[in-house]
Design a protein around this ligand. Structure first.
Ligand code: SAH
Ligand code: DHB
Ligand code: MG
Length: 221
């Protein structure tokens, strides 16, 4: 089993269950044309995020790391009328591309895109009483995932979900001496969750078009 099989299965699943969609395809094309890295969630993962948001009736979503807005579009489409998604992005170029993609998808009203390093933006969200959120998707700079998670636990409603991407990284998660500088942060995330009685969490390994990685999910009590 290897990459070719994982990609083929992703394509099979997306073909039937996450079929081609003009706004999502246009977002990918525009992101590629603008030179953004193709590190967005895969279509089956985007669909999973959307199903998670729908299954808990999410009306208020927070996303760390917008890139070109691909995961943003999947998530924002789960919102009911009047629902809101706040997404945080540090790179002006990415935010510009994302804003156009989100507008093209007809989600400009529901999505509040904020530019800046997420840690700088959080105090403002707090002051605005933007939370509590029903669902948080953490997918920005991986070294700060534990800090984003800690803030999110304090700002997610009971029964809400915090989902973190890229926590396994080719299995490096189990290597304390990993060369990947983000691994200590992913290990710390798991240790924080193990010690925090307010959350119940797990990590599911993911293989697919993006290789071997993992998605962590925490339910807030
Ligand atoms: N969620 C997107 C992919 C995000 S890639 C999707 O699946 O479609 C990670 C993004 O986080 C990049 O756009 C990067 O610029 C952004 N980022 C990096 N450091 C950040 C920070 N400190 N605060 C906010 N965003 C950051
Ligand atoms: C990569 C993948 C991601 O999902 C992400 O959010 C950031 C980087 C990567 O494969 O490098
Ligand atoms: Mg990711």
């Amino acid at each position: 089993m290897a990459q070719g099989t994982w990609t083929a299965v992703d394509e099979y699943v997306s073909g039937l269950l996450a079929p081609r969609d003009e706004a999502l395809e246009a977002a990918l094309r525009a992101s590629e044309a603008a030179g953004l890295p193709a590190i967005q969630v895969s279509p089956p993962q985007g669909k999973l995020l959307q199903l998670l948001a729908r299954s808990i009736g999410a009306r208020s979503i927070l996303e760390f790391g917008t890139l070109g807005g691909y995961s943003t579009i999947w998530l924002a489409r789960a919102l009911p009328e009047g629902g809101r998604l706040v997404t945080l992005e540090a790179e002006p170029r990415n935010a510009e591309v994302a804003a156009a993609n989100i507008a093209r998808a007809g989600l400009g009203e529901a999505v509040d895109l904020r530019l800046g390093p997420a840690l700088d933006l959080l105090p403002r969200l707090e002051a605005e009483e933007a939370g509590p959120f029903d669902l948080v998707f953490i997918d920005a700079d991986k070294a700060h995932t534990p800090e984003y998670f800690a803030w999110s636990v304090d700002h997610t409603r009971p029964g809400g979900l915090i989902v973190s991407d890229n926590v396994v990284r080719d299995g490096e998660l189990v290597n304390p001496e990993s060369d990947d500088p983000t691994i200590p942060a992913q290990r710390r995330l798991h240790e924080m969750q193990a010690a925090d009685p307010r959350v119940e969490a797990t990590t599911i390994q993911v293989v697919g078009a993006k290789g071997h990685d993992g998605l962590n999910m925490a339910l807030v009590a």
